[in-house]
Design a binder for this molecule. Structure first.
Ligand code: CWD
Length: 636
């Protein structure tokens, strides 16, 4: 400035010496230049002298032959670190100086606000200055100050507010106001970076990420435990189990009726000749009931097909009962929370439970400025609710939540800190938004970039995470809540969980039906062959044999005749006892002989001449399972 005024003065003086200076009024509207202007420019261009900024010389109206020094503000002085020439541009002479943080002996005023665990007052009363404070942000500030090299003095914000724009007064308040008025150089705390603030103050890179969430009191009302025993299985599973029970009972009953191998001697110690199908309708369902309830029923299937049904039903009941027992244990031990609200939409959709935020904080402005319909609705509710739902400190918000019937919308980092320490409080739903905390500076502060670099370095080294662990996890008494509590809320088992066992049951029943058909065919064929071989019996075809058997199985009443073998249903009551057909057996069998039994597996005491008769008997009663006593009495 000095040199330029001097150049102007010399030019004007030279002009005055050669011309008589005529001063005239010049109008801004009329584009009429001052007559002496051109001469003055020419005299200025001709000036040459050594000024403060070096030799001064002009060519075509531009200064030539000069250079500018590049200076760096160090602790006590400005140090030259390079030069700039009009033609050559910048020439750095001290590159290291750009990376040297320097040790400027400056003391910055750091404004903050008390908030656990970011900034807290130490309990000792006689502390002064910065020593009065502790917390996550205090440790962070200490680290940053040593990296960026500055001293600091912590002061609390007078109005105890973070800072929000008041539309009525058109003014900012809180920490933001302090920075705007340059009453503080930095603001360290849980200061949320948002658009409105960025337009009046600067923020460093975020050192922590968070979002808004809902703090609510853990409900104490427990659901009536009267019918809790039904809860482990879903309604659909109960219905399917009932269906499976009837299907298994009915299948075993039908197959038992159908298969010829289900007949047993009810008095094994004495051969009366009566064969009984134990699996009548009531016994079949009693068998299914006993198995389902892990008890015995006294009835045991005999045929392969009915045993398959029994086996698959046992497997089914094993899975169902095990699943039920395991889930019942979960239902009885897991604390079941019946929360009236599950998320922000639930809050917005009701008016019974008031909800609010911290006053003059970014959470409040989030709802105030949001364009999302749900949040707009929530803001209208909060704004109009009387008494006010806003709180001036977050502690007040927590107290209101603990008193019940109030939900506090707060920042997740703080919420985590609180719910880890107070088992009566819980988080509802997820995060409503995503943002970060940063260190705030006045607009254009030279400290911002340096602090941002320091924050990035601390983040990469994991030091911020270590500070987080120190202040969130390793301090004070924490609530020993089951960490998995929220997820381990016992849920009723549904088709998705155990539906497969029903499929296995159906497949098993279908397989048993196939086996029963096979048994039926096999037995019919055997009967037909046997009867053909009998000299005294008329010929019986396989089809008629099968028809007869089927008819007998389906109707189970009256009697039917076979040429050589006649079976008759003597009773069609439960526990059907049918008596094998009469063969040509003498009413009084021969006296048992004294000789040893033959090795052919026939009944002892019968002579070889008895063999045809015995053959019939073997045919009637499965030789492997039932052999009538020679004295057996057969119904006719
Ligand atoms: N703040 C807020 O708005 N809500 C909260 O729940 C907490 Cl804990 C703090 C202040 C916010 N961080 C801000 O910078 O305004």
């Amino acid at each position: 400035m000095y040199d330029s005024v001097f150049v102007f003065a010399i030019g004007l003086q030279t002009l005055e010496q050669s011309h008589t200076l005529k001063l005239s009024n010049v109008s801004c509207d009329k584009e009429q230049p001052w007559d002496g202007g051109l001469s003055l420019i020419n005299y200025i261009n001709a000036v040459e002298f050594k000024g403060l900024s070096g030799p001064i010389e002009f060519k075509e109206g531009r200064r030539i032959q000069f250079k500018l020094d590049l200076l760096k503000l160090k602790q006590h002085a400005l140090v030259k670190v390079g030069e700039w020439h009009p033609g050559a541009g910048v020439n750095i002479t001290d590159r290291a100086a750009f990376f040297d943080p320097g040790t400027m002996n400056v003391t910055l005023v750091v404004t903050t606000i008390l908030e656990q665990p970011y900034v807290m007052l130490k309990p000792q009363p006689n502390l002064v200055g910065n020593d009065r404070f502790e917390g996550f942000c205090i440790d962070l500030l200490k680290e940053i100050a040593s990296m960026v090299s500055f001293e600091y003095r912590i002061v609390l914000v007078p109005d105890g507010k973070y800072g929000a724009f008041d539309f009525e007064t058109g003014e900012w308040n809180g920490i933001v106001r302090q920075l705007m008025d340059k009453k503080a150089d930095l603001a360290v705390g849980s200061m949320t970076i948002n658009y409105a603030r960025e337009s009046v103050i600067d923020f460093t890179k975020p050192f922590m990420n968070l979002g808004i969430s809902i703090l609510f009191k853990v409900p104490t009302d427990k659901e009536s435990a009267f019918f809790t025993f039904l809860d482990p299985l879903g309604l659909d599973i109960w219905i399917f189990v009932a269906g499976a029970f009837f299907m298994a009972g009915f299948t075993i009953f039908t197959l038992a009726k159908f298969t010829p191998y289900e007949l047993v001697n009810p008095t094994p110690w004495k051969h009366t000749g009566h064969l009984v199908n134990q699996l009548n309708i009531s016994n079949s369902f009693w068998f299914a009931t006993g198995t389902l309830l892990r008890q015995t029923s006294g009835v045991n299937p005999q045929a392969t097909s009915t045993r398959i049904v029994g086996g698959i039903w046992w497997f089914f009941t094993l899975i169902i009962i095990s699943s039920y027992t395991a889930n019942l244990a979960a239902f009885l031990t897991v604390e079941r929370m019946i929360t009236p609200i599950e998320n922000a939409e639930d809050l917005a959709g009701q008016t019974e439970i008031p909800y609010g935020t911290l006053e003059s904080g970014s959470t409040m402005t989030f709802f105030r400025d949001s364009m999302i319909e749900t949040y707009k609705k929530m803001w209208r509710f909060m704004e109009n609710r009387k008494p006010s739902v806003f709180v001036s400190t977050y502690e007040e918000g927590i107290q209101r939540v603990l008193q019940g019937n109030y939900a506090f919308l707060m920042e997740s980092t703080m919420l985590d800190f609180i719910v880890q320490r107070d088992c009566n409080l819980t988080q509802i739903g997820g995060l409503l938004d995503s943002k970060g905390y940063g260190i705030a500076t006045p607009m254009g502060s030279p400290w911002r970039d340096k602090i941002s670099l320091a924050i990035l370095e601390l983040q990469e080294k994991g030091e911020i995470q270590m500070l987080y662990d120190k202040w969130w996890k390793n301090t004070g008494e924490t609530c020993t809540r089951n960490e998995k509590g929220k997820e381990s809320k016992a849920n009723s088992l549904g088709v998705d969980n155990i539906g497969g066992v029903f499929v296995v049951l159906l497949c098993g029943l279908a397989f048993a039906v196939i086996i029963a058909i096979f048994e039926f065919c096999y037995n019919s064929k055997k009967n037909a062959l046997t009867e053909k071989r009998s000299a005294s019996a008329p010929h019986q075809s396989l089809c008629s044999e099968m028809g007869g058997e089927l008819c007998f199985a389906l109707r189970c009443r009256g009697s039917r005749q076979r040429p050589a073998l006649r079976r008759q249903c003597s009773k069609c009551l439960p526990g059907v006892t049918y008596v094998p057909a009469l063969l040509d057996i003498p009413p009084h069998p021969p006296e048992p002989p004294t000789r040893a039994p033959p090795s052919n597996g026939l009944s002892p005491g019968l002579s070889p001449s008895d063999r045809p008769r015995l053959y019939r008997e073997d045919h009637m009663f499965d030789p492997d399972r039932q052999r009538p006593h020679p004295t057996a009495h057969f119904d006719n």
